[in-house]
Design a protein around this ligand. Sequence first.
Ligand code: 0RA
Length: 648
Amino acid sequence: MSDNNNNYGADNITALEGLEAVRKRPAMYIGSTDTKGLHHLVWEVVDNSIDEHLAGHCTQIDVIINKDNSISVKDDGRGIPVGLHAKLQKSALEVVMTVLHAGGKFDKDTYKVSGGLHGVGVSCVNALSSHLRAEVRRDGKVFMQEYSDGIPISTVQEIGTSDVTGTTIIFTPDGDIFETTVYKYEVLSNRLKELSFLNKGLKLTLTDLRETDKDGNPKKEEYLSEGGLLEFVQYLDEGRTNIIQKPIYVVGKEDNVEVEVAMHYNQSFKENIYSFVNNINTREGGTHVSGFRRAINRVFSQYGKDNGYFNKLKFAIAGEDFREGLTAVISVKVPEPQFKGQTKGELGNSEVTGIVSRSVGDVLKYYLEENPKDAKIIIDKVILAATARHAARKAREMVQRKNILTGGGLPGKLSDCSSRNPDECEIFLVEGDSAGGTAKQGTNREYQAILPLRGKILNVEKAMEHKIYENEEIKNMFTALGVQIEEKDGERILNVEKLRYHKVIIMCDADVDGSHIVTLILTFLFRYMQPLIDRGHVYVAAPPLYRVSKGKQFQYCWDEEERQAAVTRFANGGDESKVKIQRYKGLGEMNAEQLWETTMDPDSRLLRQVTIEDIIETDRVFTMLMGDEVPPRRRFIEENATYANVDI
Ligand code: 0RA
């Protein structure tokens, strides 16, 4: 090629323009520049190492949070090639690190992740890092190249020898681009643990150099699962009581689509199904989940019929009855996945439905025949679920019909606002009638409504569903909010079209009992009204803990640090014991005016928005805290004791 030199120049410019585009519109490439986007950088690099594992060349990945919040990702894969890239006339390493979507894989026989936000390439991480260093161990040597804002600051250098292979990427996220550059240990550890279940035999480690124990050793954890999904479902069910001997486990492969499924039955009344495509959580499900459901319906229906279990039933069994108390993880590896849906969290490849349905169906059929005792236990549970569903429907319809009869009557306890524009309306769910009374006096009646709830509401984690609709406080929440559970194609969905308030604010005392009530309400909202959380409608109010005053001066404080600062300020170098500190334990201790200015006034209050960052961890936490099993709860509380609020 005679115009090689020209091409080199042109391609070089294109590469720089590509990286500039990423820096200009980072959210387009990594979703956002908040803490989520910050953590996404790690997954982008780790995904490349996982690809090496899937291709059969990598057994261990080490992630290190360095003292300065830079991140090191080290793997023992083949190492990014460093030879000359013929077309671009520079090292392949430089191409991988600086050309958008070069991706790295020049071979096509691996499962590559396209779609979603994953798979934008390690060059995006480079573009969004103020500094990045790539080290490659390959061909007996160690190579290195460094970059600043994605631009190489040196050529690829040979810096030593090595008898192993692998890649290490060390990057410092650009503080001018990200809103925060502080990594959260929990976020990284949860996903690395998940990845270990999804890739059995792969060892992942996480080290936090920011935190050392008294001997100077950093915090470090290792994740390695030999059982894969079989262990994953047991981990998910730790807080629940299982009703069959051991999980049902499926592996299959058809037309280059790999299927792995594990399922377990427990005493709970909810289904708990997680699905993954090429290690990515598909929150909206898709064709693989449809295939799974289809197999469950088909095989259980047939088995129940063949054995006469359904003979005496007065009503039909619905698909969801087979899934009550079912915990399952579905993981498929698809060569060219297509993602659709609002958040690209739904698998679209239609061929996958049949493949999953066949794999799961074959194993399940065999399992039921081989384990008639467990099969009977499951079928009994299915029949109970169908019976309970009918009871729940009746209870629900009673609530909803009564509503229509009384002209959609709102709960008597509700003190409603006058505006009918949900966008500007807020409802405070307030603990206790007396605090509710104070709150009613302290509202802006135009757009703030108050619903007092009696003390401890029902723990929905332990209650049968029909009990839930018979519960006064819960009925009041449904009617006040204006949302309904409806059945569509045999599946229950929450209809939020008529939601009357776009801010649902839980307001409880700032003590142990108050926190318990917040948890009970959140458990209910998570299990029965999750779309409200997903759409960002749910908040927790934060009443102040102290009022510090001296003479006519006063200040509200939300934590110890603020309190101390206020005391020092008011003492003004003098005697701090003249300064008065009032500790608020309950909302009732504040008068209406105080409650308004500290907790309810949109201009001065502090609200915490409730979001679900990690659906799997959220489910585990609620199960542990509110469920039946005591030992896991004790362990959970002990392990997280540092976070617990001690009430003095
Ligand atoms: C391109 C080609 C090959 C591997 C990689 C890139 C690779 C990229 C990353 C990123 C992090 N760790 C990585 N490990 C490998 C294939 C190499 C070959 O054929 O020898």
